[in-house]
Design a protein around this ligand. Structure first.
Ligand code: GRG
Length: 290
């Protein structure tokens, strides 16, 4: 599993390096590269490759689409660390982008990574029909905006120091983290022109994977080692973040996470051995320590 993930990370980084190299230079390239290449796991690309391989989509296209996803993901991390958001000084074991380059540069580098995702998806080297490109861009935009990452982040900040119901916490975590995973699960079906119903089914699986990922992230914050995690831990409690751990406790949250895995695996059963890689990725997500 780790070997496959590292290969995907490597291929994605190589693609992005080449893509940036072919562009005209600008002052923002260095902070953008800092946000992109400072050691992210590329787990979203792995999910995309797992689902895409189930549908026999060629690896190269999956890496290109994953690269666009990773641009949006890196953008969200740069902005998440800003003083007006979670105010984090360290990310992936290194100074956050705004600590290294200043706040305004970090905002602009983040924005440029967002738009780079659309440059990648609309580029001619992605050998899919124009219609499919538009459908992918439509879905990834929806996942990133007020109904997705940005909206979820708004709720996350708004819920601090408040008593929030389980339903609302789950909705917030699915938006903030789950929607990008939904895109990764839906993209291969969009590429294969599957029905709306089938696409929705995989979007729902993606939301559950994202929720699992966020719960695992909260568990790392609760009990993890900051040196291994590459970021400060124990922050959620201090900031009064509304998490499932704060509501259900540590033990019940682990049970809840295992139940998510069980439910997803039930849904994947009908795909037989083709879904084996995706199932393995789920266990990795829960058991990771960074
Ligand atoms: C990006 C559209 C957009 C808006 C910005 C700041 C913000 C609004 C959203 C923040 C969302 C956020 C940071 C959610 C947390 C998701 C999460 C658990 C990130 C950690 O992901 P990993 O562990 O990171 O995959 P690596 O370092 O491995 O890449």
């Amino acid at each position: 599993m780790k070997k496959k993930l590292d290969k995907i990370a490597n291929d994605t980084n190589n693609f992005l390096k080449q893509f940036i190299k072919k562009q005209k230079k600008s002052e923002l390239i260095i902070p953008m590269q800092y946000g992109l290449f400072s050691g992210g796991k590329k787990i979203r690309s792995k999910i995309l490759v797992d689902v895409g391989t189930m549908l026999r989509i060629n690896y190269k296209s999956l890496i290109i689409i994953g690269a666009a996803v990773e641009c949006i993901h890196s953008y969200s991390l740069i902005h998440d660390d800003l003083p007006c958001m979670d105010n984090d000084l360290v990310r992936r074991g290194k100074p956050s982008t705004h600590i290294k380059f200043g706040e305004s540069t970090a905002v602009l580098a983040g924005n440029s990574l967002l738009t780079m995702a659309f440059e990648i998806l609309s580029h001619k080297f992605l050998k899919i029909t124009e219609k499919t490109k538009i459908n992918l861009i439509n879905k990834i935009s929806e996942s990133s905006g007020h109904l997705g990452i940005a909206g979820g982040q708004y709720l996350d900040l708004n819920y601090e120091h408040k008593k929030i119901s389980k339903k609302k916490i789950i909705d917030m975590e699915i938006k903030k983290t789950g929607k990008l995973f939904s895109f990764c699960c839906a993209a291969p079906l969009i590429m294969k022109n599957k029905s709306k119903k089938e696409i929705q089914k995989f979007e729902n699986i993606g939301s559950e994977i994202g929720l699992l990922f966020q719960v695992a992230d909260d568990l790392i914050d609760y009990k993890g080692n900051s040196l291994i995690a590459g970021k400060k831990t124990g922050k959620d409690k201090k900031r009064g973040k509304a998490t499932l751990i704060s509501l259900l406790g540590h033990k019940n949250t682990i049970k809840y996470a295992n139940k998510i895995i069980f439910d997803i695996n039930q849904k994947l059963k009908k795909y037989g051995t083709k879904s084996k890689n995706l199932s393995k990725t789920l266990s990795y997500i829960l058991n990771r320590n960074k």
